[in-house]
Design a protein around this ligand. Structure first.
Ligand code: PLP
Length: 410
């Protein structure tokens, strides 16, 4: 008899996006002529750059030639990509990373989800709230989250609320967790930490022997000088932090799939007897057993994003998306709504007007403006009363959405 991992039974149905889809379908069925503007899902819309497409074609052709064909590659990624990443994402910011500290993957979702494999089930885990749901669900799966409470929190997790009241800056927890997930620039709030604010977390982790899992999937959207692009810009961070990066939002790779994780060799985990173990070696062991490498063709495409044409294309696309968030931020403020984020991230986090819940705001916005966003409560209890709009749509639709909201009497 095959027993299952019963932790999975604790997971509620993945309700958020299916419920949104259900509500849109129901609305469309009764209003077939409605011109619905979708600003809910966090997927990119711009196509791949020409440079990336050319690299894909070139690499695919190589695979068709006996002399250039590649089979299984190195599980942790090809040197050509690792060296390019180190040069552009780290060395140019004064950060020294060794080639065996970078692990190429099929994206940050897998890595942020799988990292728990090398960590004990006994760790106390802290998450910011609201949060990218993968951190929570994967901890539920591995038995670290305890049970779901009526208030929407998991009994075994420490929640670090991020709301307008604290400027979306999580307070350092009083009783120290072993593992802390931080995501900056943040999904869903679109807010960031300054270098000084992130330094406090690094110092805290060093003082308490905690591990920071730093998700920098939206790093490419940073526009303000005071915001760190990598946690390793902060002194001592290599001793306490793993960093996750992704080509998804940076270069439109949500469909291609490529990301990477940096695990410095000096970063240690502990056994129950307080013996020190290199997390880099554990992750290497994990990846070489469970992962067979990101496709060669995709890694060549990722490498192409660092050429001067590739970087220019990324810059243009990100400027376009951030142009949309600027339109949203300005429009929402003119309407008199409080809105946050959107400057260093493709997300605008809106406080719903008094008297609304996140879901009742969703319903009214859909039925009266034909605009779809994401109710903040879907990202955690502290997201109640908030709503996420994204800059990933077209400029025309973003302008249209703001105009509709301006004419709307809430
Ligand atoms: N991390 C955060 C915070 C995200 O918002 C997302 C995607 O929305 C991911 C990771 C997933 O990235 P990838 O496409 O590389 O798996």
């Amino acid at each position: 008899m095959a027993l299952i991992n019963e932790q999975y039974l604790k997971l509620p149905e993945s309700y958020l996006f299916s419920e949104i889809a259900r509500k849109i379908d129901a609305y469309k069925a009764s209003h077939p002529e409605a011109d619905i503007i979708r600003m809910g899902i966090g997927d990119v819309t711009h196509p791949l750059s020409e440079t990336v497409v050319e690299a894909l074609i070139k690499a695919s052709k190589e695979m068709g030639k006996a002399e250039a064909f590649r089979g299984y590659g190195p599980e942790q990624g090809y040197d050509f990509l690792i060296e390019t990443i180190i040069e552009y994402d780290y060395l140019r910011r004064g950060i020294h990373i060794d080639t065996d500290e970078v692990f190429i993957s099929d994206g940050a979702k897998s890595d942020t989800g799988n990292i728990g494999d090398i960590l004990s089930r006994d760790n106390r885990v802290a998450i910011t709230d609201p949060v990218y749901p993968v951190y929570v669900d994967t901890n539920v799966m591995s038995g670290r989250a305890g049970n779901l409470l009526p208030d929407g929190c998991w009994s075994g997790l420490t929640y670090l609320p991020c709301t307008a009241e604290n400027g979306f800056i999580p307070a350092l927890p009083e009783s120290c967790p072993d593992v802390i997930y931080l995501c900056y620039p943040n999904n869903p709030t679109g807010t960031t930490l300054t270098k000084k604010q992130l330094s406090e977390w690094v110092d805290y982790a060093r003082e308490h022997d905690a591990l920071i899992l730093f998700d920098a999937a939206y790093e490419a959207f940073i526009t303000e000088p005071d915001v760190p692009h990598s946690i390793y810009e902060i002194e001592g961070a290599k001793q306490v932090a793993v960093e996750f990066r992704s080509f998804s939002k940076t270069a439109g790779f949500t469909g291609l799939r490529c990301g990477y994780t940096v695990i410095p060799k000096e970063l240690k985990g502990y056994t129950h007897m307080r013996g020190e173990v290199s997390l880099n070696s554990l992750w290497r062991r994990r990846q070489s057993t469970k992962y067979n490498g990101t496709a060669y063709v995709i890694q060549r495409a990722a490498q192409a994003t660092y050429t001067s044409k590739g970087r220019q294309a990324i810059e243009d696309t990100i400027r376009y998306y951030l142009g949309n968030t600027e339109i949203l931020l300005r429009g929402l403020k003119e309407i008199g709504l409080e809105a946050y984020g959107g400057i260093n991230a493709p997300y605008v986090w809106l406080k719903v007007p008094q008297g609304f819940t996140a879901w009742s705001f969703f319903d009214r916005l859909l039925s009266e403006c034909q605009i779809v966003g994401t109710p903040g409560v879907g990202f955690g209890p502290s997201g109640e009363g908030y709503f996420r709009l994204t800059g990933f749509g077209t400029k025309e639709n973003t302008i249209k959405a703001v105009e509709r909201m301006k004419e709307w009497s809430i």
